[in-house]
Design a protein. Structure first.
Length: 217
């Protein structure tokens, strides 16, 4: 009986050890969240940005990015130093699974993401790492990974508020730009210079210099 009881206790101890190895990192290291892209309610205005586009974390922490746009596709991609930026359908080459580690020595990338999809990266080395979207060349961000002894400048609530504020500002800027364009077209039409009659396809996609995309009707 004592031998059976000892074996039973040993098995329980092993299960506790395995469970601790799985669960302990979740308590030791922070799990941050961020957004990919932003869009207006009618989906006519698309902000090409990682929100926030700059974040400070500790080594061992993870960040989960969530795609919040229904129209514009994106990737979450970390290239290594001096790596050639491939098209979105090539990837690293290839793509990496969710919860991939990144230390700056091997590329990490999602395939084209769909609305609501998430992707988590675990940062296993200190440094400053550039985040890119393979669909949009100017869509970039930065992750600063600090040593555990260093103090972080912001918490998750700060980044959530910043992301909300930045996305609202970007979409509002586009709305104002669209108003200015309409006013210029109206004046051109009255001037009779022939430049106001752009086709729908000509106006469908106008790249904004600040990384914003406007879909015009």
């Amino acid at each position: 009986m004592r031998i059976l009881e000892s074996l039973c206790c040993l098995r329980k101890s092993r299960w506790l050890l395995v469970a601790s190895l799985v669960l302990l990192p979740q308590f030791l290291f922070a799990q941050w969240t961020a957004s990919v892209g932003a869009e207006s309610g009618d989906q006519g205005r698309q902000a090409l940005a990682f929100l926030p586009n700059e974040i400070w974390i500790h080594i061992g922490d993870s960040i989960t990015w969530k795609l919040v746009t229904k129209v514009e596709p994106h990737t979450v991609t970390f290239l290594i130093a001096n790596q050639i930026r491939n098209p979105f359908n090539v990837g690293c080459p290839g793509y990496t699974p969710d919860n991939s580690p990144f230390d700056g020595t091997a590329c990490v990338s999602t395939p084209p993401m769909v609305n609501g999809q998430t992707f988590t990266v675990i940062f296993t080395a200190t440094g400053n790492f550039k985040l890119s979207c393979l669909f949009h060349e100017n869509m970039q961000g930065t992750v600063h990974v600090l040593d555990l002894a260093e103090k972080l400048p912001h918490d998750q609530a700060f980044y959530d508020n910043q992301a909300k504020s930045d996305s609202k500002a970007m979409l509002n800027d586009m709305l104002q730009d669209m108003g200015k364009d309409s006013h210029r077209e109206h004046r051109s039409a009255h001037a009779g210079d022939g430049r106001a009659g752009r086709s729908r396809s000509d106006r469908w996609r106008n790249a904004h210099p600040l990384g914003l995309t406007i879909y015009a009707g």
